[in-house]
Design a protein around this ligand. Sequence first.
Ligand SMILES: [Zn+2]
Length: 140
Amino acid sequence: MPLTCHECGAPDCRDLFDRLLALEFSRPDPYGRLHAVTVPAWFLQHPDRAPDGTRTDHWAILQRWQRDGLDGVHDVVRRRRVANRRGQDLPTAMDEPVPPVPDQVSTAVTIGHVAGPGRDFPEIGHAARVADWLRAIATS
Ligand SMILES: [Zn+2]
């Protein structure tokens, strides 16, 4: 019997997230290229499990995605890698003020939707299902 997540309401949520991460690490397209947005999305819906101090940045990343798409987020990731290598402060995800993070983001769309009806993250439509998830959270 599936366990319903007490934070987002999706059945077997943590198991689905682990399976998604495994796909992201093994298959760049269409999964791995979305890793920079799926991790913030999942943690925003799971504040009890999010590493301390990451919520504001995760929120800013989704705001950046909403404004500039995946290319904008990948630009942040690239600039952070360079700054990290040089021992510099990491650039912020947004170059303009970001609305405050809501205490509770929308859980109208969860990782259960991203997994699809067979709960196996089918390749076809994956990016669109992730976009549904991100949009629901970013507009909370
Ligand atoms: Zn959950």
